[in-house]
Ligand binder design. Sequence first.
Ligand SMILES: [Zn+2]
Length: 160
Amino acid sequence: MDYLWTPWRYRYIADASKDDRCIFCDALAMGDDSKSLIVHRGRKNFIILNRFPYTTGHVMIVPFAHQGELTDSDADTLAEMMQLAQRVAAALAANYKPEGYNLGMNLGRCAGAGVTGHLHLHVLPRWSGDTSFMSTIGETRLEPEALEITYDKLHRALAR
Ligand SMILES: [Zn+2]
């Protein structure tokens, strides 16, 4: 599963972070959640679609606070992060009927983090056979559904 969150998908993020910008803080500050792909805002965290999804419905749960270390986050933020993971999993289940999920954090550049300065938890719906299909098409991204459509579905499901 090395290629789950491989660096090529984050090339643009790495470029953006060169000048000390943070894509998560930028998304929060944009003031247009549908444009920045923020599908839900909680009390301490928000849920944002991955612009380069590994599978349809690939989201990230991100604390509002710009903190890079797991040890920086308070218990309340971490607890809500998992509660939002639960809610987004339910929203994904209702819309996409995944057969499984990956939840994960890449902490540090060597661990594959594209954004090292701002903690985020990936939630990835999975279907049997999706990896073997991905590996055959290599770097050609599979985007079976337009991000706007995914946005509408998850935004609606999470508003309930
Ligand atoms: Zn940030």
